[in-house]
Design a protein around this ligand. Structure first.
Ligand code: FAD
Length: 403
């Protein structure tokens, strides 16, 4: 039996970040995951806003911004019109590159166990994990970061409360503009022209030399439009956003079109001695709302910087200790915000009641008004600051930071 202070189950975004922080702090820890290298996975491809604060709070900016591509400014458009071009702090990266960068930063003192956790027994002092290899690990604390895989939680008697089944569907592809090197402006969010199109938005953003697209829709998984999107993507996009190419110019889809539905659920009965759930293992997020990665980094920052060092300094790992993490005001605020934004955005995008129609009008009038003011302020500045392709070649996060 391997004996450690902290056993982290799951080496995705949350688990790999936790292993890096605990390793850097000199905590005796192991990371358990069935894949030594995180495989290609269509998940979060863009981080920005409060995510960046959570990443800095976790002390992981050096790692994360080394593999991301920074946009710097982005356009907002609807009905084929650019409403605003504003400063933007979005960073794009393929999910597996982000996770593997975090994995590469894990200090050598943290052991990696290439296996799947099958069963967990918890208690006030020590926890036991049984692996698919038949081996066992004994730890003072388990950090459960195994994402969407509910099997091990079910065997522990935890329950999944589904809040919204198939809440949204995310579609990802690479876009190549016909006849140009990249899209002006550097990134773009295009809103649908009608609520009945069941689209939240299309976002185009740079990842290295590629222009990546994430299209967020609210459609059932058996919707024939999704099949058209997979097989004839340009036609399917034009069906919903006929005036998009006024802004982007004609473009082609390069490589596979990835389509992934996401449901919202929370794990119930999570408060147990000796185990803390983080990231998607605790609660999932809507990709359209774009809060999942920020929540994962926030959980890790609060748990690993604030609580684990204190918990390890005194004997025992009873539920009273673990409850401190779940009661953390920053964590609670981010979790609540994430759920609220998921439902709010869905209504704001597709609810056709008079109230939500009015809210949509106010929103776009706001974008337009701010866009006009910003354009007036920019008068006199050279136009190529927005539309010169050469100056918009994708730039990595650290190169952007140097500027
Ligand atoms: C299509 C899509 C798009 C998204 N876009 C965005 C976005 O734009 N912005 C945003 O903020 N969020 C987005 N999200 C959400 C975000 O990706 C997740 O919230 C975040 O990645 C969760 O990280 P995690 O570490 O909790 O889980 P994961 O990254 O899924 O990690 C789970 C890990 O656990 C391992 N594991 C599973 N079972 C076991 C076991 N029994 N034993 C050991 N290891 C195990 C897995 O191998 C994996 O490595 C998106 C999600 C999806 C699906």
């Amino acid at each position: 039996m391997k004996v450690t202070d902290v056993a982290i189950i799951g080496g995705g975004l949350a688990g790999s970040a936790a292993a890096t922080i605990l390793g850097r702090a000199g905590v005796d820890a192991v990371l358990i995951d069935p894949h030594r290298v995180y495989p290609v996975d269509f998940r979060c491809e863009k981080i920005g806003g409060w995510h960046l604060d959570a990443i800095r709070a976790a002390g992981l900016d050096d790692v994360v911004f080394g593999v991301t591509t920074f946009d710097g400014h982005g356009g907002i458009a609807r009905y084929g019109h650019l409403l605003d071009v504003r400063p933007s702090d979005q960073h794009g990266a393929a999910y597996e590159n982000l996770v593997n960068a975090l994995r590469a930063a894990i200090p050598a003192s943290v052991g990696f166990v290439e296996a799947k956790a099958m069963d967990i027994e918890t208690g006030d002092d020590r926890q036991t994990i049984t692996l698919n290899t038949g081996e066992t690990i004994s730890a003072r604390l388990i950090v459960l970061a195994n994402g969407l895989n509910f099997g091990v939680r079910e065997r522990m008697g935890l329950r999944r409360e589904v809040l919204s089944e198939n809440h949204s569907v995310t579609i990802g592809f690479n876009a190549v503009r016909v006849g140009h090197r990249c899209f002006p402006p550097r990134s773009l969010t295009y809103f649908p022209e009608r609520a009945s199109s069941l689209v939240s938005y299309l976002t185009l953003f740079p990842i290295r030399d590629a222009m990546r697209a994430n299209l967020m829709v609210y459609r059932p998984v058996d919707d024939p439009w999704l099949s058209r999107m997979r097989h004839t993507p340009i036609e399917a996009i034009k069906e919903l956003m006929p005036r998009l190419t006024r802004i982007t110019g004609e473009f082609e889809v390069e490589g596979p079109v990835k389509i992934r539905p996401a449901s919202l659920w929370q794990t119930q009965g999570y408060l147990r001695s000796g185990i803390a759930l983080i990231g998607d293992a605790f609660q999932t997020s809507c990709p359209a709302a774009g809060t999942g990665a920020g929540r994962a980094f926030n959980d890790v920052a609060r748990l690993c910087n604030e609580y684990i060092p204190r918990w390890l300094a005194t004997p025992g790992m009873a539920a009273e200790k673990i409850a401190q993490f779940y009661a953390d005001p920053v964590k609670q605020d981010r979790d609540r915000f994430s759920l609220h934004k998921a439902f709010f955005l869905r209504d704001l995008s597709i609810n056709t009641s008079p109230v939500w129609t009015a809210r949509r009008l106010v929103r776009f009038a706001g974008y337009k008004g701010i866009g006009i003011l910003r354009a007036l302020q920019r008068r006199g500045e050279p136009q190529q600051s927005l539309f010169d392709g050469e100056r918009h070649l994708p730039m990595s996060g650290h190169r952007a930071a140097e500027r």
